[in-house]
Design a protein around this ligand. Structure first.
Ligand code: NAP
Length: 448
């Protein structure tokens, strides 16, 4: 009872001291509530004020990003880097370019990243950054000028052993290239390991592009197997058509599933014959077009405006891979009514808290983002390792390491859930597993 009120007190303090930061409040609530059993067993964490410290970023950097468009007009965006926790390694986490980006979203993503990175078993702390810049409709030259301006400030705060950013929504290989070029120019050092997600010809890792989507499939396959299920011949719905969704579709198809839908921020396509992935890649990766163009090439498929309707498509397995809070209670109810057996989160926090509760109460297997989508950052850490060695592993070597890491994350999450009285609840299990490593490192390092 005393303990529950202690956790509630910290949650209330975070809400009061960070007004309006709803996304950040939600993730703090989710994590702290689920680690309550750990605090019960180990008073040392409360005594050392680990919770009070872990919810406070070590550093928040906010800056102006001025850039000039092709017509010569000057624009100003907001830039952010939140260096959340470095107890187990340099800050590590992506950069997001999207008009919705604000401090709350970057803090929520940074906080999640702390536990996710801990779960990977690799020595990386947690951070996140980005800007409210909208890359949609911008020319290559505009993207380059924005990235150069962003890095001109960011380069003061990052480094091989300090903070290693990567991609996220709106930041792919092209943007990482421009960011790295500017970093190298200002710092006059070929610090390849300062950014991950680089091109293969200048220090990138094979299988990094595929890692988050593939990792999600490796993780959920293990979860399904424990319940006597498999991807083979199952109907799968995957939201998004970006990096995570594309490679989730690829691996799901390789596992014998039929993926019948995917989406972008305007709407979704339903193809009862199974999504043609080569066509999706052509539209999104080559043409940088809209998913509705899919039906131009395949008139037998359907296009629907709006994103939420995708969850009303009957399926066995649903993999939200687009963005945060895209699967709400109403969507969860539709999925359950249509007999969904499992939900695996590829995006960060794609399900609302009430949706997760509803899915779990209705015996739907649930793979939480922090664990299930950790494959991307895990391979980013492998990219850093290869950069340090000045050596590259083959695709198969990296893919095998990824498989082993996802299996370790799954087993650790499962074990922690059981050990702390929540058998079968991977959300509680992964939060506990991620927390323990960071909290113990913080204890060992004293009050800092
Ligand atoms: P991405 O390549 O930029 O793709 C994002 C996809 O989501 C696009 O199809 C986008 O559509 C769609 N989308 C964006 N906002 C949306 C909205 N409000 N409603 C519906 N769809 C929306 O990004 P990504 O790297 O795949 O990342 C997707 C998610 O996975 C994010 O939550 C990210 O944080 C998470 N994640 C990514 C990685 C990674 O390695 N990339 C690792 C871990 C977690 P448009 O084309 O219309 O923008």
């Amino acid at each position: 009872m005393i303990l529950a009120s202690y956790v509630e007190e910290i949650i209330a303090k975070v809400q009061a001291e960070n007004p309006g930061e709803t996304e950040f409040h939600n993730t703090v609530k989710e994590v702290l509530t689920s680690i309550a059993p750990v605090l019960e067993k180990n008073p040392k964490y409360q005594q050392a004020a680990i919770l009070e410290r872990i919810v406070e970023p070590e550093r928040v950097v906010m800056f102006r990003v001025p850039w000039t468009d092709d017509a010569g007009k000057v624009h100003v965006n907001k830039g952010y880097r939140v260096q959340f926790n470095s107890a187990i390694g340099p800050y590590k986490g992506g950069l997001r370019l999207h008009p919705s980006v604000n401090l709350s979203i970057i803090k929520f993503l940074g906080f999640e990243q702390v536990f996710k990175n801990s779960l990977t078993t690799l020595p990386i702390g947690g951070g996140k950054g980005g800007s409210n810049f909208d890359p949609k409709g911008k020319s290559d030259a505009e993207i380059m000028r924005f990235c150069q301006s962003f890095m001109t400030e960011l380069c003061r705060h990052i480094g091989l052993n300090t903070d290693v950013p990567a991609g996220d929504i709106g930041v792919g290989g092209r943007e990482i290239g421009y960011l790295y070029g500017q970093y190298k120019r200002i710092r006059n050092a070929y610090d390849a390991g300062v950014l991950t997600g680089k091109g293969l010809n200048y220090g990138g890792s094979l299988a990094r592009t595929e890692a988050t989507g593939y990792g999600l499939l490796y993780f959920t396959k293990l979860m399904l197997a424990d319940a006597g299920l498999d991807y083979k011949d199952k109907t799968v719905v995957i939201s998004g058509s970006g990096n995570v969704a594309t490679y989730a579709i690829e691996k799901a198809q390789e596992f014998g599933a039929k993926v019948v839908a995917c989406s972008d921020s305007n709407g979704y396509v339903y193809d009862k014959d199974g999504i043609d992935l080569a066509l999706v890649k052509e539209i999104k990766e080559v043409r940088r077009g809209r998913i509705k163009e899919y039906v131009d090439a395949k008139p037998s498929a359907e296009y629907h405006e709006g994103c939420k309707g995708i969850w009303t498509i009957p399926c066995d397995i649903a993999l939200p891979c687009a963005t945060q809070q895209e699967l709400d209670l109403e969507s969860a109810k539709a999925l359950v009514a249509n007999g969904v057996k499992a939900v695996g989160e590829g995006a960060n926090m794609p399900s609302t808290l009430d949706a997760i509760e509803y899915l779990q109460n209705n015996n739907v297997l649930f793979a939480p983002a922090k664990a299930a989508n950790a494959g991307g950052v895990a391979v980013s850490a492998l990219e850093m390792a290869q950069n340090s060695m000045r050596y590259s592993w083959t695709f198969e070597e990296v893919d095998n390491k990824l498989k082993n890491i996802m299996a370790d994350i799954y087993e650790n999450s499962k074990r922690c859930a059981k050990e702390y009285g929540h058998e079968g609840d991977l959300l509680v299990g992964c939060n506990i597993a991620g927390f323990l490593k960071v909290a113990d490192a913080m204890l060992a390092q004293g009050v800092c």
